[in-house]
Every structure is written in C-alpha cells, then in structure tokens.
Design a protein around this ligand. Structure first.
Ligand code: AMP
Ligand code: ZN
Length: 492
C-alpha cells in the first residue's frame, strides 16, 4: 500500500484560501507545474527559495508514493520589463547591452540556474519546457481564445478581453482583486493605445522593428505574451486539468490570474485544482528583488564574499534554514539566522550519524517511535509544515543524544527510527551531509587545511614550505591573500 493511502495531505489552496484535502485527479499520478525563471540574469536567493519549496513538495509527494510529473518552465522570450505589455523584452535587452544573441543569454543563465539548483540538491523537473520551443502551441491557444470570443486583434497584436471575460467569470479571484478597483487603479489609455480597456493584456504582440525575438503568426511577425506560455505548457504536458500549480506569491497577479483566464477561455475549464504560492525571502525586511538590487546571490552565500555575511555557508545549511520556516510565511535572511541554522543543522546531522552506532536492547525507553513517526507525517500532511516536522525531528535528536549505545529500543523500533529519520532528513527535506556531493565544500576544506599548514610553517619560520604552499596553489589557480584578519583565498 502506498503511503498516501495511510497519510492524508492537506494543501492550503491559494484560490479558495482554505486548507483542502488533496485528492489526486488520477492517483497514483500527480501533475505539478511551477513557474520557472526568466533567464536573463543570475537567480538570487529569493528565487531559489521558491524553487527549493517546490522541490520539497515534489519530494514529499514522491515519498508518499505518488508518481509525480513535475513541469517547470524556462522563460526565454516574451517577458517584458515591469511584467507589462509595453517595454523591452528582458532577454533581448540584456542581449543588446552585451552584444550577444538572445539565445546566448538564455544558455548562459539557464546553465547557471541548473548549477545553483544542483548545489541546493534540488531534483530536476521531469520536463523543463521553454517558451521559444512552444511557439506553435501558443499560436494554437491564441486561435482558440479568439475563436471562443475572448480576445480581439488590433494592428497585428492580440489582446485578451478582460471585461468581457469578467462578465461571465471572476477575473481577480486568485489575487482577491476586484475588477472595479483594478480599473480605477489603472491610468486612462492614451490615444494611441490598441487596447479597448486598460486591463486587457497581450497574448500576442506585433514586434517593433528593434524587437529581436520574433516569429511568424496569422496576425503579425511578433512574439507571445508572457502569461501565455505557462497556460500552454502546463496543459500540454499535464492535461486540460491538473493537480498543482506553484510559484512565488508575487506571481499571483497578474501572471497567474491571466493564466486562469487563458485556460478557461481556451478549454472551458479551470485547469488547476490546487494553487500553491510560496512566500517571499526578504533581506533586511525588504523583499529580495532583482529590480531593487536588494539581493544576495547563491555564490555570495557559499563563498561569504559579501559584506552582508561574516562567512560562507554550505548550500545544505541554507536549505535547512529555509525548511525551518513554513513556505507560506515570509522569511528574513540574515547572518545571525544562518549561524543559528548552521548550529541546528550540525546537531541534527550529528544525531543522524550517532543513530547508526546505537544498538537495540529490548524496550525500556519512553521514546515512542511509532507515535513520533505519525507526528512527522501529520506535520507534513498539514500543508507541508516543515518547521513542525523539524521540531519533531529534534525530539528524536534529543533521544539519540541522551541514549547509551544500548539504546533501549526494540530492534523493530530502532529500524523504524533509522528509516524514518533518514527518509525525512535526506529524501523529504533534501539535506545532505556537509561536503557530500558538493565539490566546492570539499575544496574549501582542503584549502583551509593548507592555509593552516602554511600558518604553522610561518610560525616555525619554515619559509621554504610556506612559499611552496602559496606558489603551488597559485599554479593551479588558487591565490592566497594575507590580510589583517588572516589569510583568505580566491579562485582564478
Ligand atoms: P522570475 O525569474 O522573476 O520570474 O522569478 C522566478 C521565481 O522566483 C518566481 O516564482 C518568483 O515568484 C520567485 N521570487 C522572486 N523573488 C522572490 C523572493 N524574494 N522570495 C521568494 N521567491 C521569489
Ligand atoms: Zn508562469
């Protein structure tokens, strides 16, 4: 029997704002779509938090025995500045500034994104479709929306008719916005605007002469609107209706609101059964955001090469830090919080290691393993409550730390404890032993060790050895720098 038959899962559905019991449309299969990055710059830790959240969701669903098809897209065209219908394409702009092909920009930042995701031990999605790889399908959906009467063509561009749609549906239901307020909040259309109503959004845009990424369509040479790709690629790979759609909270409006409208307008059904939104990672209380520059990059976190941190942290420690908060709560990033997370992580992993050395000897402890195990599943079943799960894991840590080698558990319960703790720590939370699978951590440890040996050589006035260590590191591209706070290093 699959675990999901034993343990209920409740998901806080952002559409209904209620915790609902999760019922897969076609168990054991589950379809999950998550909005991926727009690959025009390095992802920051805020972006990473959202992807790590849905990696945890994917891991837990898989752990429960579901066969998850996890689709996470790459936005490589159509995302304009300010998430608007006017302005330059984010990728094309970067390409123009760096005198590169847009696809060179896409390649560079897609590879960078994958590298970072691997560092955080996230599992790659089952399918990672791109907007530019699905232009034909996007044109098909636009035709459907026009044929069904929900969009109009103006001067080569196609606009979704929000007012008409809203008369029959509830535009704004996800974000809780009322159309009247949205209308009063928008500026009057200027005389040249092609839109009938300021709330209408482009599903196809005619390309201006300077717009580089452009395709033929029945309406003009142009490009698809940003919201369209997600409607198209989610339903192409998961069906007209599917189980879970995720993304960061900032995407609720307009992106996901527009997705809902496009799906309904083209297929006549609400595509998504459970909408999930991850809350924001903040830095100094402000949302991490590329546009304001209030960001910390994964590389800065790992190396500690930033004035925002006192030192570098292993990716798995940052992951543990994120798992200590519920995905639906805002989380503030700081050096102190990371230091505390590192201590907690070390304590947890030391207990996991000690557990392997314990031996069963009857049943004479208060620690009730089956009940504890149930508590762990109840926590995760309550909308993926990882902080409560972690507090239960620490009940086990306290037991293990206090246990003698002959730990007082029956062999059955000792095995159950080991299996459960390992499953939640490694499979569900996705933590790793420090240094495991992570070459940069190992490198860091080796170089730190050599720096200490060199310090000792210098203290012993063994200048030949100290110079040899420095010079040989330099020949393989590792530069040592002696400063007031000791010796640091950088890689060429
Ligand atoms: P983008 O590449 O801007 O489309 O963003 C990729 C993902 O990162 C989206 O799901 C966003 O909601 C998410 N995101 C952006 N900023 C933050 C943040 N500060 N905290 C958490 N998630 C974020
Ligand atoms: Zn999307």
């Amino acid at each position: 029997m699959a675990l999901y038959e034993d343990y209920d899962l409740y998901i806080n559905n952002s559409l209904t704002r209620k915790k609902e019991k999760f019922e897969a449309l076609k168990a054991p299969n589950v379809g999950m779509y998550v909005c991926g990055p727009t690959v025009y710059s390095d992802v920051h830790l805020g972006n990473c938090r959202t992807f790590i959240t849905f990696d945890m969701v994917y891991r837990y669903l898989s752990h429960l025995g579901y066969k998850v098809r996890y689709v996470r897209n790459i936005t490589d065209a159509g995302h304009l500045e300010n998430d608007a219908d006017e302005g330059e394409d984010k990728i094309s702009k970067k390409a123009r500034l760096e005198a590169l092909e847009p696809m060179e920009i896409v390649q560079k930042y897609t590879l960078g994104f994958h590298e970072v995701m691997a560092k955080f031990n996230t599992i790659p999605p089952s399918i990672e479709p791109t907007a530019t790889g699905h232009i034909v399908e996007q044109i098909d959906m636009i035709e459907q929306i026009i044929n069904n009467g929900w969009a109009y063509v103006e001067n080569g561009s196609v606009y979704f008719d929000v007012e008409k749609y809203n008369a029959a549906n509830d535009y704004g239901k996800l974000s809780g916005r009322k159309i009247e307020e949205l209308i009063s909040g928008t500026r009057e259309l200027d005389a040249q605007s092609e839109k009938r109503n300021p709330l209408d959004f482009a599903i196809w845009k005619k390309a201006s002469p300077s717009h580089i990424q452009r395709w033929n369509s029945p309406w003009s040479v142009g490009f698809p609107g940003w919201h369209l790709e997600c409607s198209v690629m989610s339903t192409k790979y998961l069906g007209e209706q599917f189980d879970i759609h995720g993304g960061g909270m900032d995407l609720k409006f307009p992106h996901h609101e527009c997705e809902i409208a496009q799906n309904k307008a083209s297929n006549g059904v609400d595509a998504v059964r459970y909408w999930m939104h991850g809350n924001m990672l903040t830095l100094n209380g402000q949302r991490m955001s590329k546009s304001t520059g209030n960001t910390l990059l994964p590389g800065e976190l790992f190396s500690g090469d930033t004035d925002k941190l006192s030192k570098g942290y292993a990716p798995t420690v940052a992951r543990f830090f994120m798992m200590q908060a519920h995905y639906g709560s805002q989380l503030d990033f700081s050096d102190e919080a990371l230091q505390a997370a590192e201590k907690g992580y070390n304590r947890l992993m030391q207990a996991v290691a000690k557990l392997d050395t314990l031996e069963a000897n009857g049943a004479n402890t208060d620690f009730d393993v089956p009940n504890w195990r149930k508590d762990c599943y109840t926590a995760m079943g309550d909308d993926f409550n990882t902080p409560i799960l972690i507090s239960h894991l620490f009940e086990a840590v306290r037991f293990i730390n206090g246990a003698e080698k002959a730990c007082g558990l029956s062999s059955e319960n000792l095995v159950l404890l080991k299996n459960t703790l390992n499953a939640f720590v490694y499979d569900v939370l996705g933590l790793e032993k420090a240094g495991e699978g992570n070459q940069s951590d190992k490198l860091d440890e080796v170089v730190t060790m050599l720096i200490e040996m060199r310090n000792k050589a210098r203290a012993d006035k063994d200048w030949a050895l100290s110079d040899q260590i420095r010079d040989e590191l330099a020949t393989i591209g590792i530069q040592l720098k002696d400063g007031a706070d000791g010796t640091s290093y950088s890689l060429d």
